[in-house]
Design a protein around this ligand. Structure first.
Ligand code: PLP
Length: 464
């Protein structure tokens, strides 16, 4: 039976829909442009005309924030759309437009903007517990127990973000092994100061001299780099590279990385900050991996700032404060009451193993339809389950194994983004989609229709 959109009773959300989604296009907005560049310029002009309030807010914000920005990913030329609020699976801009939210807060927004269970939990936590107490609470131990059970971990610790989770996981590996270097992979993103998208450490990374970068999905390169480099404390890899967007690691590659890390006596850290939502036990349970340490983040805080890392008891013991020589791991908000409570109800009551399985099947079905639409064009669709990547590539290559295979057509990519906004879809500029749980099937159908129309409208420019 074909999977359909999952809205289990527990997450039935009475306030999700603002009514039938409208396209934001003006009737005669599409001439037949001579080049993709002309089409982008025309789409940009329409964008500017439609978002005058956002433009004003952006100019004001630039007086106090550099470039009006405090989160680089959200900077978009000519200026970002300002959102006023979100409800259910939709966001509403300061310019008064309603969008279907496909950004899904880069996977953290799995529960949407107004899930009643999350709402009720946040409210009752405020009423009955209070904001962070500067003390140990039962909230953190119950969430820890549940995550350990779900992802087969011996021990876990909480952080404020996925970046911090990787930071402390790496420090644990260094203390545990007495070694220093970390092997990572081309195109990897492990947080704000751990970025390897250009194949080498980004200039804002920390510990610049301690990274060794091997090629993603290249078994031989991974093996030889891990096993022949001296002083390797950890190997850090994503099962699917979220920033790719969505370049999927092959099973063979991921198993080879795990085996080589073991041979090199290095700690194998699997970054599941995004991918833990791809199956009840995370991507590792699908691929059959058994990492020493896994890092987590995003939706596991129920929509509140969150990160965690956990795994083998002996490695995690480096942070056991009962041992006088343990490493310290501090963080004012590590056990913040709202995130601990919302994360726990999210995982126990909403994102049950059954829902995780069926919702990812919905994502798989959507991705296959988009791939069907993309055949014979420069559009390529990648991903797994409920996380999807849309690319526009000069060679239209349909399978991406490494970021260096990705020969972007930046003009078509921008055109697609602008046109999807015009169709009322809020989507990341880089082309990633992280589905929100309550998104109705009708919106996924509308997305497929919108993509088909786009490819037809610009057939001359997109066909291979
Ligand atoms: C795979 C991966 N690791 C780590 C992070 C960092 O998480 P955070 O943004 O919570 O610091 C991200 C964020 O997108 C991510 O995708």
């Amino acid at each position: 039976m074909a999977p359909s959109a999952i809205t289990p009773p527990a997450v039935d959300d009475p306030v999700v829909s603002l009514g039938k989604q409208q396209s934001l296009r003006v009737a005669d907005s599409h001439e037949s442009p001579a080049t993709a560049y002309d089409a982008v310029e025309a789409a940009k002009a329409r964008f500017v005309a439609r978002n005058q309030t956002s433009l004003k807010l952006h100019n004001e914000a630039a007086q106090s924030l550099p470039g009006g920005n405090t989160r680089s990913l959200l900077h978009n030329a000519p200026f970002p759309v300002y959102m006023e609020r979100g409800t259910g699976y939709q966001v509403i801009s300061e310019d008064g437009d309603t969008y279907t939210d496909l950004v899904g807060e880069l996977t953290a927004g799995l529960y949407g903007h107004s899930n009643p269970i999350i709402h009720a939990t946040l409210k009752s936590t405020l009423d009955n517990v209070g904001l962070s107490l500067g003390a140990t609470t039962k909230l953190e131990s119950q969430h820890a127990r549940l995550i350990c059970e779900r992802f087969q971990l011996d021990r876990i610790r909480f952080t404020n973000s996925g970046t911090e989770a990787n930071l402390h996981a790496i420090q644990a590996a260094r203390r545990f092994t007495g070694k220093r270097k970390v092997v990572v992979f081309t195109g990897g993103y492990h947080g704000a100061v751990f970025c390897f998208s250009s194949g080498k450490p980004a200039s804002n990374n920390i510990d610049l001299s301690d990274w060794v970068v091997a090629e993603y999905n290249n078994v031989e390169d991974a093996k030889s780099t891990i096993e022949s480099t001296s002083d390797v404390a950890a190997v850090l890899v994503e099962g699917m590279q979220g920033a790719g967007p969505c370049i999927v690691g092959t099973d063979e590659f991921l198993h080879a990385v795990q085996a080589s890390a073991k041979k090199a006596n290095a700690v194998f850290i699997l970054d599941e900050v995004m991918t833990s939502r791809l199956a009840p036990g995370g991507l590792q349970s699908v691929v059959g991996l058994k990492p020493d340490i896994t890092s987590f983040g995003k939706y596991l805080g129920g929509g509140i700032t969150f990160g965690a890392f956990g795994g083998r008891a002996d490695v995690m013991a480096v942070y056991d404060p009962r041992d006088g020589s343990a490493l310290a791991h501090s963080g004012t908000f590590n056990n913040n009451t709202l995130g601990m409570a919302a994360g726990f109800v999210g995982l126990s009551q909403i994102w049950t193993p059954e829902v995780a399985t069926s919702f990812n099947a919905v994502g798989d079905a959507l991705r296959k339809r988009l791939q069907g639409a993309a055949e014979g064009t420069k559009m390529t669709v990648t991903g797994r389950g409920s996380i999807i990547g849309i690319h526009f590539l000069q060679d239209g290559c349909k399978q991406l194994f490494d970021i260096k295979d990705r020969k972007d057509d930046p003009v078509l990519k921008e055109l697609f983004w602008l046109e999807m906004l015009e169709d009322g879809f809020w989507i990341t500029r880089r082309g990633s989609i992280a589905l929100i749980l309550s998104t109705p099937q009708s919106e996924m159908d509308r997305l497929v229709g919108g993509v088909e129309t786009f490819l037809k409208r610009y057939e001359r420019l997109v066909k291979l």
